[in-house]
Design a protein around this ligand. Structure first.
Ligand SMILES: [Mn+2]
Length: 322
């Protein structure tokens, strides 16, 4: 497990926190701040991409997604639910340090811990997928082992003994460290050309896997059912790697894999598969605007986050009914 001397960050904590709010356009115009006031959710940017193995650049993902969020209109369809049922804030960015992986993981973990300790639902904008490993440490400390619903074209259970931490290893490390309730976790959309040992590792450790081909064959409704069966009532987190989508819908990502899914399919899979589940938090990772002059990747990311917000708002309304 990552462990670093934290004195440096403690000394500069106040300065660092201020840095995390500098020059940021807030998500959907939400209040941009570090103090909590009984909000339901906090947007958290993690501009970290040191752990990428192929193309880099997703440190600008939070900025790109926030940029599109100015399309939010409070008086249309689901937006009314979001406004009516949820109080949100933008926590700014985690003060990560490019080039310093373990130190950055520590910053991410500590920031998530602050959000979770204040009883807010974190909605994290990445950043490369390694960041989810640090998030899972915070979730597991708060709730015990958590289940995970993981949308991706890769298992991210790679094993590099010499390189503990890269964006292909987060879920192997999370399993080793006991953060995950694997028997209620599921990976969806996996395809591509990685060595099979990664898939074997995920399955041997109890995770259910729906490959990309299986998902195309069975369709969204059946896959949504399988997600619900696997997760049940367990406390879970949802992690969405934008490369779950087909490169035609999301060209701006580090390791795109053809044969993926449309943005609509992703949104429907979330709506049908995740609504009503016991979700503790959400993240969306691997958005690289520099590889996508049309900026449709970040647009898709924004709409997927928006979809999750509607799910969260329905859950909140349901809880108030009880
Ligand atoms: Mn991934």
């Amino acid at each position: 497990m990552f462990q670093v001397e934290f004195q440096y960050f403690e000394l500069e904590k106040i300065e660092k926190q201020k840095e995390g709010l500098l020059n940021i356009k807030s998500f959907m115009g939400l209040p941009l701040k570090k103090e909590f006031d009984k909000e339901d959710y906090a947007i958290v940017g993690v501009p970290f991409d040191t752990a990428t193995t192929n193309r880099a650049g997703c440190r600008f993902g939070p900025r790109a997604i926030r940029e599109w969020s100015d399309r939010f209109r409070p008086n249309v369809q689901d937006a009314r639910w979001i406004i009516k049922n949820l109080k949100g804030m933008d926590y700014g960015n985690v003060p990560v340090m490019p080039g310093y992986t373990e130190e950055s993981l520590m910053c991410i973990y500590q920031s998530l811990k602050e959000v979770l300790d204040a009883d807010l639902t974190p909605i994290v904008l990445g950043g490369d997928h390694l960041i989810t490993y640090a998030e899972l440490r915070a979730y597991s400390e708060k709730y015990g082992r958590v289940a995970m619903i993981h949308f991706d074209s890769h298992n991210d259970t790679s094993d590099r003994k010499e390189i503990q931490y890269n964006h292909g290893t987060p879920f192997r490390r999370a399993i080793e460290d006991g953060f995950l309730d694997t028997s209620h976790s599921i990976q969806v959309g996996i395809r591509g050309y990685a060595e099979t040992y990664r898939m074997d590792y995920a399955k041997e450790n109890g995770m259910r896997v729906i490959t990309g081909r299986e998902l195309h064959d069975m369709g969204i409704a059946r896959a949504a059912e399988m997600i619900r069966e696997q997760v049940g009532n367990q406390k879970c987190m949802v992690t969405f790697d934008i490369d779950f989508l087909d490169p035609s819908a999301a060209p701006g990502t580090g390791t795109p894999v053809s044969g993926g899914f449309t943005t609509y399919e992703a949104m429907e899979l979330l709506r049908q598969g995740v609504t009503g589940l016991n979700v503790a938090g959400f993240d969306l990772v691997e958005v690289m605007e520099d590889y996508d002059p049309g900026r449709i990747t970040a647009l898709a990311a924004y709409h997927i986050v928006y979809q999750y917000l509607t799910i969260l708002s329905k859950k909140k309304a349901e809880m108030e009914k009880d």
